[in-house]
Structures are given as C-alpha cells and as structure tokens.
Design a protein around this ligand. Sequence first.
Ligand code: NAD
Length: 353
Amino acid sequence: MDAFTYTGLPARVIFGTGTTGQAAEELDRLGVTRAIVLTTPQQVAAGEAVAAVLGERSVGIFSDAAMHTPVEVTRTAMDVYENEGADGVVAIGGGSTIGLGKAIALRTDCPQLVIPTSYAGSEMTPIIGQTEAGKKTTQRTLKVLPETVIYDVDHTMTLPPRMTVTSGMNAIAHAVEALYAQEANPVLSLIAEDGIAKMVAALARVTETPDDAEARSDALYGAWLCAVCLGSGGIALHHKLCHVLGGSFDLPHAETHTVVLPHALSYNAPAVPAAMDALKRATGSERPARALFQIAEAAGVPTALKDIGMPEDGIDRAVEITLENPYFNPRALEPEPLRATLRAAWAGDTPTA
Ligand code: NAD
C-alpha cells in the first residue's frame, strides 16, 4: 500500500425520504432556537414548508439567495439575521442557497442545517466562494462547513430532468477528480467510484422516468458520496477549467461542468491508469469519458461550450488564464494539447477516452 493522507470532515448526515420532518429535532440538537430559513425566489414554497416543520424555531424566511454568493445579498440577509436575533440558519436549495448560509456562518460562526435540493455538493465542503464587484474569491475554512445535512429525496423529485443531469454531472466531476488529485487516497477512491456508479446508473433511469423515486434516491445518495469527495479530496484540471470559464465568460455552472468533464478526463486519461480502471468499472464502459458525454447527449443537455455562451475567440484566452495560475494536475499542462481539449469542448466533439 502506498503512503497517503486522508482528511475526514465532521458532519451529521440524515438520508432518506420525508426526512425534512426531522428538521425541528435536528435544530434542537444543534441548540438553535431562532433560525432564519434561506432559499431562492424559485423555491419559496419549499422554504415555507420547512418553516412550518420548524414552527416557533423559525423566525423568518429570506428568499433572495443568488448564484455565486454576491456580498450585497449577504449584507441584506445579515440585516434580517441580526434584526430577528437569529442564532442559526436552515438552508434549503442548491449551491447558491447553501452558499448564502455559509456566508452567514462565516460572519457569525452560527450552526447550519442544510437541506440540499440539487447535486452540486456544497453542503459537504468547507469552501465558500463570494462575489464582490464582479470578482469571485474563494476560501476554505471549517467555519463554513455545515454541521448537519438532511438529504430528503422528496425535494429532488421537483428537480427538472435537464437540471438533474447537469447537476448530476457536476457531482460526478467532483468524484472523478478526487480519483487523481494530489490528495487522492484509497478511502476517497472507494467513495468516488461508488458515487459515480450510483449517479451514472440513476441518471439513465431518471432521464427515462423523471418521477422514478428509487432512481432519485440513488442519485441523491451518489451526490452525497461525490460531495464528500469534493469536501475531503482535491481538484485538478477539470475544476480549474470550469472556474476559468465560469469566471471569465460567465458560463452557467452545472452546464459548464457537464460539457467540460469528458474532455478534461480525456486530457488526463493517459496519466491516470488506475483512475481510468475505476471509471471503467463505475460507468460500465471501456471509454468512460465517452460514456459521460453520451449521458448528456441522451438527455438533450448541452455538450458544447459554443452552445452555452462561450465565444470561439475565448479559447486562447481561457488557455492563457489556465496556465497563468494552474492547479495541480496529474498530466503536465501544455498549451497545445490544452487548446485542443478546449476546442473539442467548445465544438462538442465526441471525446476519445
Ligand atoms: P443553484 O443553487 O443556483 O440552483 C439553480 C436554480 O435551481 C435555483 O433557482 C434553485 O432555486 C433551483 N433549484 C434547486 N434545486 C431545485 C429543485 N429540487 N427543484 C426545483 N428547483 C430547484 O445551482 P447549483 O448548481 O445547485 O449550485 C451552483 C452554485 O453552487 C454555484 O455558485 C457554485 O459555485 C456553488 N457551489 C459551491 C460549492 C462549494 O463547495 N462552495 C460546491 C458546489 C457548488
């Protein structure tokens, strides 16, 4: 066995169907008596349902969470938090809502109870990205790691089929990179492989039958495993490219992950034989990158950067920015192969690996 380092992160996880019903007792466990419920304008009804479960433990709903955690939204939410004398947050939603809860925890160190409704994975990470004056900065601190996470399959039944696939691919990307990141270790590799296998199988079923509750349950379980990979593991070229593309061209988060993943994986494939073996098992395909591409194709979600707002002349700029401040990557980052990879992702070519 090769030497390795494994970092486990503390979290209490409740998984199942109808588990939101346990939110009140979970808040009690955290010692929270006055919680603000956070959500987006699109998920107010879900926020109200949680507030009803919490009863007098809920002192208000703030429903203006927005993508990339803008600090002006956080300031408004902080005003509500302080005016209501709150002592904790309950975030119900995707990565944007969870990001707002983390932003409040960063400023107050309050406990967070999180009910994720997408597969993006923020709930299991000590990472927060915030945007101010158009600039996104990211930091890692245990202050923002949610104390309790309730996974409730019921909430994911409303996730539209296309978002299910792009969000699922976003989750898979976390586990793929955990297999070959600098922080890779045998425990996370087990978690990553099972997470990918569960999500890949579930996405095919949900694409066929969106209200298949068992498939939705497998997808959410897979999403949790993939989220653990993001929280405890590392990232590499794929996440770097997504950060560059999201930041510089304002491309949508989950779609960008969906398009880039098969190509970033093809780039790294020659350098990561053990990860490729795990991915062959997890996808049931000799060409895992192609298998992931085909999941997106079958679901009719974007498979080309040109279709989600990336200009062709942005390819060279994206290569430059990626090379300016690269993350660790198992295969050396060289301008020409990188350009070819981004061009293939831009055009939506079928990946090779
Ligand atoms: P999102 O939270 O922005 O959600 C997109 C839209 O879908 C929102 O309107 C939301 O209300 C809605 N939605 C979510 N779940 C739904 C459901 N079940 N049914 C109906 N509508 C639903 O998108 P996301 O992809 O979940 O999160 C992306 C954001 O999260 C990005 O800003 C990203 O940077 C961040 N993120 C952060 C981390 C981290 O570790 N800090 C990890 C992953 C993602």
